[in-house]
Design a binder for this molecule. Structure first.
Ligand code: 1CP
Length: 344
């Protein structure tokens, strides 16, 4: 018997009895208990109260039978101690009230000490780690420099990334200064999470796929690479983005032990392109979980088939679970991944 949890073995590309699975946003709005907690507390209160964040992190664990937990937090939290005024508004998502608009303002962004400045996240990680008692590992996470820069500069979510790309093109030196500052904060944040008990890390560069390969290479890659190089080597790191077909090899070059991809690319083909000295995570379309059970099973089977049972596949959605997803469909998916991968 091997005591190392199956998720961590898969991260190391060791053979496992079945394919491990977890879901991005598994601790979120599709869960009844989460929605009921949200009626009592704001999103930021949930994040900043370690007992509540612990409770939310653990909500999906028994219910869904997933192979990893992910700490309940948000990629935007480190921006606050950097001097950013962050709010989550109803229905509209994150709003940043004071996006930096000049080199002087970028220069004023503060350096953070994550252990102190984000102590509530570290406390929640330690509490969750204790309660999991080694059954399944806990994933810590952060945004990647580019995705954080995009929220910061746009002042919230965006479809076109106009302010972000404009800064890149108009004032590359200011762009790189901003990316350096964000990278430093991310490095401090992720290392503190590992000291607190995180056993794997995911770096979300959710929107990196909006860039041309050349722009990714010039404006993003060196910074993401710096982040990955500053992480503890013993802790597996997942590098995730959506729409990555054009930048797959560059993301690999930037770093990570496992690349997270979305459904717009065939998992087997992506893996073949990358080579098998890296793991792969993905890649069911979250919308598939709104369909009937037979469809969910057949889509799971397609992905397992594409991965060919190679060690190093971690099953996940290609992006976060949608709030309207029925809980029983997620249970169907997790059960199908376990059963069908065991049978292979
Ligand atoms: O209203 C609510 O209850 C808040 C909804 C919510 C939740 C549940 C937000 C606001 N963040 C979260 C939690 C969260 N965010 C987790 C928790 C762990 C999990 O179960 O997975 C994680 C990993 C994140 C990471 C995150 N936040 C990302 C990267 C993943 C992704 O979706 O690409 C991003 C981009 C954010 C920003 C964010 N936070 C919340 C919203 C509405 C948004 C904007 C998303 C967008 O721009 O479309």
């Amino acid at each position: 018997m091997n005591d190392t949890p199956i998720f961590l073995r898969a991260c190391k590309r060791e053979p496992t009895e079945y394919t491990p699975v977890w879901l991005m946003r598994q601790a979120g709005r599709f869960l009844k208990e989460y929605r009921s907690l949200r009626r009592q507390h704001s999103f930021l209160t949930l994040c900043k109260t370690p007992e509540l964040a612990t409770q939310v992190t653990l909500l999906p664990i028994e219910k869904l039978n997933v192979d990893a937990a992910i700490i309940f937090a948000d990629i935007l939290l480190p921006l606050e101690p950097m001097g950013i005024d962050l709010e989550f508004t109803k229905g509209e998502g994150p709003v940043i009230h004071n996006p930096p608009r000049s080199r002087a303002e970028v220069g004023k962004l503060k350096t953070i000490e994550a252990e102190e400045d984000l102590a509530f996240v570290m406390e929640a990680i330690t509490l969750v780690y204790r309660q999991l008692t080694g059954r399944i590992p806990l994933i810590g996470f952060s945004g990647a420099p580019f995705t954080l820069a995009s929220y910061l500069l746009e002042g919230g979510s965006t479809k076109d990334f106009i302010k972000t790309k404009s800064l890149m093109y108009e004032d590359p030196s200011c762009w790189h200064l901003l990316m350096e500052k964000l990278s430093e904060a991310i490095i401090s944040y992720l290392n503190a999470q590992v000291r607190a008990g995180a056993e794997a890390l995911q770096v979300f560069d959710s929107w990196a796929g909006t860039l041309s390969p050349k722009d990714y290479e010039e404006f993003v890659l060196p910074h993401s690479q710096r982040v990955f190089r500053a992480l503890p080597t013993k802790i597996p790191a997942i590098h995730f983005a959506t729409g990555t077909s054009g930048i797959l090899d560059l993301m690999h070059e930037a770093g990570g032990d496992i690349l997270g991809i979305d459904w717009r690319i065939d998992l087997g083909k992506a893996w073949q392109r990358l080579g098998y000295n890296i793991g792969i995570q993905g890649n069911l379309d979250p919308t598939a979980l709104l369909g009937p059970p037979e469809r969910i099973e057949s889509k799971v089977e397609e992905i397992l088939h594409s991965a060919e049972g190679r060690p190093g596949h971690i099953f996940n959605l290609g992006h976060g679970v949608l709030p309207q997803t029925p809980e029983e469909n997620v249970i169907t998916m997790v059960e199908a991944v376990h059963r069908l991968s065991r049978d292979r």
